[in-house]
Design a protein around this ligand. Structure first.
Ligand SMILES: C[S@@+](CC[C@H](N)C(=O)[O-])C[C@H]1O[C@@H](n2cnc3c(N)ncnc32)[C@H](O)[C@@H]1O
Length: 208
């Protein structure tokens, strides 16, 4: 059945309403594993001290999994970023410094070649023009930098589902060689369905 996809303003409002409960719901009964799964696989391609852009960082759940890093989190929802800001002091103790920027993931206020890696967890299901987001991630990382993002294969209410082959073809068209793909199940569901959703993660390298 074809689902209605929320437009960006609706997405932003939904997260603004959810922001103060997001962490407790996802870390509680939902057992949301996305940031941990992605970080565990991406870290093998990174050196300590890497500059990492977290695209659609939300409340910053991924930050804790990148110790000794310089992270900039981008998100277009101010309320989600405020939750992320509350984590900054604690992260300093594990050697991680964090900056936050209010920005749209398809138009990042960043010069070219600024980061060693760009990651994005559970965001593409809100992005109609995935190529635009991937081009931005590619633009802001250095040559040979790492780009990693997830895509929901399960159709979630209000969201865009994408198959592994559909995303792989898009990456070929964008000349982004894949280093690795893997799948995982997550209880994170945007529309609060009761079954786990299937996600794929794509880790690529920006060519020289
Ligand atoms: C499901 S949350 C994921 C947050 C975080 N990455 C995590 O794994 O917990 C999706 C986030 O993407 C953000 N988002 C969605 N569309 C966006 C856009 N066009 N530009 C910037 N942020 C966006 C939302 O505000 C929300 O914080």
């Amino acid at each position: 059945m074809q689902q209605t996809v929320l437009n960006p303003n609706q997405v932003r409002r939904q997260y603004a309403d959810w922001a103060d409960k997001y962490d407790s719901e996802l870390e509680g009964s939902w057992q949301y594993v996305g940031p941990r799964e992605v970080a565990a696989q991406v870290r093998e391609f990174l050196k300590p001290g890497s500059r990492i852009a977290d695209i659609g960082c939300g409340t910053g759940l991924a930050f804790q999994f990148f110790p000794d890093s310089h992270i900039t989190g981008f998100d277009f929802c101010d309320q989600m970023l405020r939750q992320a800001a509350a984590k900054i002091e604690g992260l300093k103790q594990q050697g991680t410094d964090v900056r936050l920027e209010l920005a749209d993931v398809t138009n990042l206020p960043v010069p070219d070649n600024r980061f060693d890696a760009a990651i994005s967890v559970s965001v593409t299901e809100h992005i109609a023009d995935l190529s635009a987001m991937i081009r931005e991630m590619r633009r802001i990382v250095v040559p040979e930098g790492v780009i990693a993002f997830t895509a929901a294969e399960t159709q979630l209410n209000g969201c865009i589902a994408r198959s592994k082959s559909e995303v792989s073809e898009l990456l070929i068209a964008e000349n982004l060689p894949l280093l690795k793909t893997f799948g995982y199940r997550s209880h994170f569901e945007y529309a609060m369905l009761t079954r786990p959703a299937i996600y794929n993660c794509f880790i690529c390298k920006k060519p020289r």
